[in-house]
Structure formats: structure tokens, C-alpha cells
Write a protein of this length. Sequence first.
Length: 333
Amino acid sequence: MTTTTLPEQDFAALLACWVCGSEALSRIHRSRFDLSSFAVHDPELHGYTGKRFWLNQCGDCGFMQPEALPTLSYFFDRLYTDYRAMQLRADSAPDTNAQIAMERDFAEGSKDFIFHQILKALERRVPQSRRTLLDMGAHVGRFLHLAQQRGWTVEGAEPNPVTSRFAAGITNAPIHQVGARDLALQGARFGAVTLTDVLEHIPDPSATLKDIHRLLQPGGCVSIKVPCGTGQLIKERLRSTLRRNYEFTIARNMCHVNHFGAKSLALALEKAGFVNVTVGPGAPELFPAKSLGQRLRGMPSNLVRLGAYYASRALPPNALAASMHLLALGSKR
């Protein structure tokens, strides 16, 4: 198998925290790239396989980000958009397997508990007359479908052309293949914008949050659900003590380029102009329970995840570092 030789300067250093601007950054974890699945599809991207990078933590706000970013043109666009499409087509025949995979993703409902918690939180802030919603990273449209059932008027944004077409077909809602900035420039405005397991994938999250702020109507609300960086790091360190030769998944391939704690997530929203910002534990993804067999197989894991979630909700705010996920809400004046 051949690989592309990368230029000598294949990374560019990040000298300041994306959230607070501090230069008090220190190394906390070393990770690596394994992009071997791109060997044929994108040899330049595959060329990063085996390269290592450091995750830095800000001494002022606790946010974690890479010490340097790949300089390869459109690195993250190529990683995220193409990776999702490849995963859908991974088995054999592209069209058939993509359709089966998307139908399965939509029907399984493994994130329904997350989605319902988000909708309940939004409905406490957004009155019935203003319930228009944009879901960033709509994937196959499951969240949009659930929101429609609760009376919301919905639109989505999804860069993957395969999943965006599926989401549009199943929800009969507009699904845009552009980002927040383009939508804001087009004049789109909503009563609520949601980013569920999305913001951790976007370099320079502060810039994205400013674009989201522009997308909201006055009095509108944003919902941000992300993994808790500190909680995930604690979990990975625990796993490494229990399993021989365990390799941390946190930050691998820079798929998660941002690692928020409660403090840094609240600060990022406030610096983007949001008010009435709250950050609490985020709900977990659960194993599907569409059949008795699935229910029995997933029960132990689901009980642990739900137990951890409800326990974290009972803890004081300064104990959020132990949460596995965070849910933040912020309003526009």
C-alpha cells in the first residue's frame, strides 16, 4: 500500500485558546491519526496516518484543543463529509447499503432520549408562537422528525448530500447543504438552533457560535450538546488502567477537535453574545430497544448510562467535570 509523502510543514501551531484567547496552554494528552480507510479514496488525507499530535489544555478556562492543526487543504471537510459517506457505503453495494444504513439510523432511535431532553429544555424557553427550529448537522433527520411531532416548524443543515437527501425525503423539510454563516448571510432566522454532538467537530468554535447567534430571532434560544472533555478524559484514563494496551479514543484523528468543560462552554456562549446561559449534564445515547433481544443486550449498558446521567443531575454545578456529556442553553436578547 502506497502513501502520499506530506510536505515538511504539515501542521500549523495554535498559540492561543479558541475560547478565551489565553496563551497559558499545556500538553495533557498525546493522540494519533489512523486514516487508513482513506488510502484509496483520499491518499493525501491517508498520509497523516501514524502522525501524532498533542492535546493542550487552557490554564485559564480549562478548554482543550489540539496543539497544532493539519495544514492539508480542507482537512476537516474531507474528513467529516467523506468519512460519513464512506461509512454509509462501507459494506458493499453503495446505493443499497447507504439506504439500509440510513433507514436503520432513523428507526433505531438511539438518540431519542437526548433529543427529547433537548426539546423539553427548548420548550421551556421558546413560546409556541416562535417554535421554528434549525438543526445543524441534521444527519438522517430523526431529531427533526421528533420536533415536528411536538409542533415545531423545522429545517436542517447537513453537508453530506446522501444523508441530507434522505432527511429531506423523510421529513419533507428544507435541508440546507451550507453552514451557519451562509444561512445567516441569506437572512435565515429561527426561534431555536440546535447543535447536538456537532460543535466538538468544528475548529474555532467561537466563530461558529457567533454565526449561530446571528441565525436566531431576538429572544431565540440555542441548544448545544457536546461530550464533556474532562469527564471523557477521566473515563479513558480509567479504561486504560483496566485494559492492557488500551488506546485512548479521545481526540483520535481530531474527529473531536474541541473538548469543553462546563466553564469553557458557558464562556464560549457568553463571548458570542448569548445571555441566560446555563450548562448542565447532557443525556446519554442509549442502545436501541426495538425488540426484546435488543432490550436485553442493551439493558446493562443503558442502566449504567442512565444512572450516571441522573446522578450527575443531582450533583452541584461545580461537580460537572464528572459528567460524560454537557447540555448548554443560551438566549439572544
